[in-house]
Write a protein that binds this ligand. Structure first.
Ligand code: PEP
Ligand code: MN
Length: 360
């Protein structure tokens, strides 16, 4: 599917002078909780009030959402605050109920985007709707599944579309709950530059004190909006307690975030520069990550050489690596001089690591 400009009409029509903000609790818990949060978010930059009614939980036996009952609470939110509402749908029955109950925006969760069967069921159930439908990235870092989800919806005649980047699950322990893998989101933007792309820093970080930082990176990378889980009593939330922020801190964040203004040419230039710098930061982090991994492997080799009492420096192997890398580098437009200098430094660090192991 080609990039289609019409997919972003719903967002352009809102004529916002700030990024789109979707906020509200991870889960609707009680009518009182939902209305309390909604009233605190009224008259702020929040355009859509979110609350999960049907909750996908990784393990059974946890709070799985209040179900269809919560749809009445979302109706009340709209009546009392004027905010539009949104919730997650994961099967045809959810879609039917959400549409019948006037939910304005539906999102498809990360655990649904992974399954083409579920995506097709949702596309069929939503066929021809003029509701806004946002597709979260799949839990695994697979760009094609994410694009495929959008394509299935578009083909079913759903034109008010968008995507949510909520990070990717990994077995490795990291400071994130779901690693952002920003390069996948950048790649996604390159494929569909006009499709609104919203960042979900809550599910990326899993921790409320990291939400601001990830939100700023997203805005620097030209995201169109943010979805931030917000709760008046985050510590006692029935799901995702550690990552939810209070309405007061959300409002403060909106003040503190540096937001681009599209109309001013000077600001546009600055935004472009910030965007490119943010992309460089992403790649630099990947370089450090990869070098760290390389040195860990070198430590392993050091251990082996120690056991067998073999010399650290193996010139033949090293010359082979250099020859290969000079060719690889050339194909990427990198000079031989640069490759040799860089690998000399990497090699030296590797030797230092191995020696430390052997002597240690
Ligand atoms: C959510 O938004 O509450 C949610 C369950 O998100 P995800 O599908 O990203 O895990
Ligand atoms: Mn959540």
């Amino acid at each position: 599917m080609e990039n289609k400009k019409e997919m972003r009409n719903w967002l352009d029509d809102m004529k916002l002078d700030h990024p789109l903000v979707i906020a509200g609790p991870c889960s609707a818990e009680t009518e009182e909780q939902v209305l309390k949060i909604a009233h605190e978010l009224k008259d702020t930059d929040v355009s859509y009030f979110r609350a999960g009614i049907w909750k996908p939980r990784t393990r059974p036996g946890m709070f799985e959402g209040v179900g269809a009952l919560g749809l009445n609470w979302l109706k009340k939110v709209k009546e009392e605050t004027g905010m539009k509402t949104c919730t997650e749908v994961a099967n045809a029955a959810h879609v039917k109920l959400a549409i019948e109950n006037d939910v304005d925006l539906l999102w498809i969760g990360a655990r649904s985007t992974v399954s083409p069967f579920i995506m097709q069921e949702l596309a069929d159930a939503l066929a021809g709707t003029d509701k806004i439908v946002l597709v979260k990235n799949p839990v695994n870092p697979d760009l094609a599944l994410w694009l495929g989800g959008i394509e299935r919806l578009y083909t079913a005649g759903i034109k008010n579309l968008g995507a949510i980047h909520r990070g990717f699950s990994t077995y490795e322990k990291t400071k994130y709950r779901n690693i952002p893998e920003w390069q996948i989101a950048i790649e996604f933007q390159n494929r569909f530059p006009d499709l609104p792309l919203i960042n979900d820093p809550s599910h990326i970080t899993g921790k409320r004190d990291m939400v601001f930082d990830v939100s700023q990176t997203a805005l620097d990378l030209n995201f169109d909006g943010l979805m931030i889980e917000t709760h008046t009593d985050p510590d006692n939330a029935w799901s995702d307690a550690a990552q939810q922020v209070t309405p007061a801190s959300l409002i403060q964040m909106m003040v503190d975030l540096k937001i681009r203004k599209e109309s001013d040419p000077e600001a546009e230039y600055n935004q472009e520069l910030t965007n490119l710098r943010a992309q460089i930061d992403v790649v630099d982090n990947q370089i450090i990550e990869a070098l760290g991994k390389r040195m860990k492997i070198a430590d392993g080799i050091g251990g082996l050489k120690k056991q067998k009492n073999v010399a650290v420096l193996q010139s033949k192997r090293w010359n082979e690596i250099l020859g290969k890398m000079v060719l690889e580098g050339e194909s990427k437009g990198l000079s031989e001089e640069f490759i040799l200098k860089m690998f000399k430094a990497i090699h030296q660090e590797s030797i230092n690591h191995q020696e430390k192991i052997i002597k240690g």
